[in-house]
Design a protein. Structure first.
Length: 301
């Protein structure tokens, strides 16, 4: 018995073609769904960003560029640079959302740990990132980070799924496991994580599955991701996507970025209220070095 990735029914092997039986569940379709052209659940979900990706102050979707917002460990909120600038103009230097004053890493770690003890899912993920990178005065401990990521992922934190996917696909400090990377990237992508969706497209492109790669890149481009739009353009130039595909991705990308724009954010960017991104995505699925590295989750207060 196998589960169809489109109708999500558990069906006997005879319900699938030989080709489909060899595919992982998320991209496997029964003969009935193939004939009907039913779309995979993986491609139907996560086409829009969730409300949790909105700035809690201005209520606009946060920019995808992690240098354009700040993660505040006091309240576990991400606040856009536009709202940070607006509070700075009023003379407020503490957290723009909860007004908490933080002075040092020891204090911040104590605040985060208190939230972790209360089973705050985002705090659990955040503490995992600090163990992974050796922040908050902690020594680097990837094993502990993975434990925390798994706990946060079980509680529905899409960033935790993304963090696990990156660890398993890169294979540094943990065993390289593409199957686990797929599962976590897919879980994050279906929650609206554009970077996880991009990475799925990269991996599928590496494997020669250009149709799946294009579908992923189209979705993440329409969520506003620049790298995904560039991939769709490259695929179009390589004959792997149509002119209509690229035009649709371009329109969706423009609409998403307009939704993430505001006068305050534009002013903040012009004033240089940002930070150089620590992690850059490398190359493309159709060039020499296709592995994607993580994009940081935002500056920390």
């Amino acid at each position: 018995m196998k589960i169809c990735g489109a109708c999500v029914r558990e069906l006997p092997d005879g319900s699938y073609s030989e080709e489909q039986r060899g595919l992982r569940q998320s991209i496997r379709r029964c003969e009935e769904c193939v004939a009907a052209g039913n779309q995979l659940v993986l491609m139907k979900e996560g086409r829009t960003r969730p409300e949790e990706d909105d700035c809690p102050i201005c209520q606009l979707p946060l920019p995808l560029d992690p240098t354009q917002f700040m993660f505040n460990p006091c309240c576990m909120k991400k606040v856009c640079n536009g709202c940070i600038l607006a509070t700075r103009k009023r003379g407020m230097r503490d957290c723009p959302f909860c007004r908490t004053h933080t002075s040092d890493e020891k204090q911040i770690l104590a605040m985060v740990q208190k939230r972790v003890d209360a089973d705050d899912p985002v705090a659990i993920w955040d503490l995992g990132t600090q163990h992974e990178n050796g922040h908050y005065g902690l020594e680097k401990d990837v094993v502990r980070a993975v434990e925390l990521y798994n706990r946060a992922a079980e509680l529905g934190v899409k960033e935790a799924h993304y963090s696990l996917g990156v660890l398993y696909v890169v294979g540094v400090d943990v065993e390289n496991d593409i199957a686990k990377a797929f599962r976590h990237f897919e879980a994050a992508a279906m929650c609206g994580n554009a970077f996880a969706r991009f990475n799925l497209g990269i991996i599928e492109g590496m494997a020669g599955n250009s149709d799946l790669a294009l579908q992923h890149m189209m979705i993440s481009a329409k969520l506003g991701d620049d790298d995904s739009l560039n991939e769709v353009k490259r695929m179009f130039m390589a004959g792997l996507a149509t002119k209509a595909d690229y035009a649709a991705a371009l329109r969706g990308h423009q609409s998403a970025n307009e939704g993430m724009s505001s006068p305050d954010r534009t002013e903040a960017k012009a004033l240089g209220l940002n930070r150089s991104n620590k992690y850059k995505l490398k190359s493309s699925a159709y060039q020499t070095h296709p592995l994607a590295l993580p994009r940081d989750s935002g500056r920390r207060n």
